[in-house]
Design a protein around this ligand. Sequence first.
Ligand SMILES: [Mn+2]
Length: 213
Amino acid sequence: MFIRLWKNAPPERPPALSVGAVCLPVRSEQACGDAWAMKVGCDATLFMLTDALGHGPNAAAASNLAVAFFAKQALRSPAGLVHLIHAGLRGTRGAAVVVAEVALGARVVRYAGVGNISGQILCAGSSRSLVSNNGTARVEARKIQEFSYPWPEGGLLVLHSDGVATHWSPEDWPGLGQKNPALIAGVLFRDQQRLRDDSTVVVARETGLKVAA
Ligand SMILES: [Mn+2]
């Protein structure tokens, strides 16, 4: 079941991307070592997902610092942001991190990351894995590369931490791909979570709104 509540009157125009997410700590912890954030620009939306080493308060501190760097930077390049987070996490235990930019006008997803976070673009039963470099932000990131992928009509961007198993396919849940992204994130978390780690799933889909040129 999916219920949407508005604190104030709903916006007249829906945002260009519909986004849903689940971000929860492992059961024994209050603090979550995973975190995610997004920034909406006029022609592109940026997403960041981070999974700090281990879990608990020290992991949460690293991930929250990564979110703070992401939030305050005007820079938009995913690789540039991952570089900044890698340098900025000094004094923390380090984290896996990815940044994705969905540019609706250019119909492209730019993507950069280090460490074990899964990124996929799903469309019409097919899926494309997005490439992250090996390493851990703050600890070791020998290479931070940015890759570009076409953003297909009707595409779904799915990012998740390794608290969610990678062995799933959209066909495992017939019809789910058409549902609200919050429902998709919730079902992935419910059915694929590994019980020994914090878990985050972020799902985004274009709402079909035309982007001004
Ligand atoms: Mn993890």
